[in-house]
Design a protein around this ligand. Structure first.
Ligand code: ADP
Ligand code: MG
Ligand code: MG
Length: 234
């Protein structure tokens, strides 16, 4: 589904990505872990076409990112590090506004269903300006998936969420997995990664330092490996 070859990104004479090679299969849920400044967010931004790579190639669903930005963007859902909503609009309006490439009724039905799925039905028509960080994040997640993306890019989605919001978020990610969505999730939360992902990639200093499947691994072993890789190194 995602094929990355020799990807580099340089900014201000600094190499942020130093040759990333990575293949991700359709339907995989992949966590990207690693110390601050490793290049994790930069990698997601390149995939989301928010920034241009310096060299290398990216293919998504067989299409080359360089040549097919718009088509690829339509396949993607992207949840940035901190999400912005339209303050004075309700969850329903925030979702419908974003999703209005479909017929109005269908988007509205989807929006209502998603707002319910993230547990905020009661606030469907309330302006979001007084919502907590967790509530905003839940709406932002709903917005990232309203067009049923084939690839979902999540940048630290668990950060700042309470336990209730975390389990809702995890359920949404798992239900997208059920629809064969390919998910790349940057996180600092090893526990969440181990719980919902199939595979863990560890980035360090613009490179992939480790890449393994969680399947058949003992979580204690994986956790120790992760601590050695990330926490031990920082
Ligand atoms: P991570 O998400 O792993 O914490 P980032 O991808 O945000 O790391 O950033 C990786 C490194 O690149 C950091 O040292 C950051 O300061 C630097 N960086 C990111 N974007 C830019 C930019 N536009 N110009 C210069 N340096 C940048
Ligand atoms: Mg960071
Ligand atoms: Mg980051």
């Amino acid at each position: 589904m995602i094929e990355i070859k020799k990807l580099t990104k340089q900014a201000d004479n600094k190499l942020i990505l130093r040759g990333i090679d990575l293949s991700i299969l359709k339907g995989e849920t992949v966590a990207i872990l690693g110390p601050n400044g490793a290049g994790k967010s930069t990698l997601l931004k390149v995939l989301a076409s928010l920034i241009k790579p310096t060299a290398g190639s990216v293919k998504i669903n067989g299409l080359e990112l360089k040549k097919n930005q718009l088509e690829i963007k339509r396949m993607l859902g992207y949840l940035p590090h901190s999400s912005l909503l339209y303050d004075h609009y309700s969850p329903l309006e925030n979702l419908v506004f974003f999703g209005n490439i479909y017929g109005a009724t269908e988007v509205e039905q989807r929006a209502v269903r998603l707002v319910k799925e993230v547990g905020l039905s009661f606030f469907l028509n309330e302006p979001v300006k007084n919502f907590s960080r967790g509530m905003i994040q839940r709406i932002a997640i709903a917005r990232a998936i309203i067009h049923e993306p084939e690839v979902l890019l999540l940048d630290e989605p668990h950060t700042g969420l309470d336990q209730g919001a975390i389990s809702i978020l995890n359920n949404v990610i798992l239900s997208m997995k059920g629809k064969k969505t390919t998910t790349l999730m940057v996180t600092h939360d090893f526990k969440q990664a181990a719980e919902i992902c199939d595979r863990i990639i560890i980035m360090k200093n613009g490179r992939i330092a480790d890449d393994f499947y969680i399947e058949n691994q003992n979580i204690g072993f994986v956790s120790k490996k992760y601590q050695l890789q990330v926490e031990g190194a920082s």
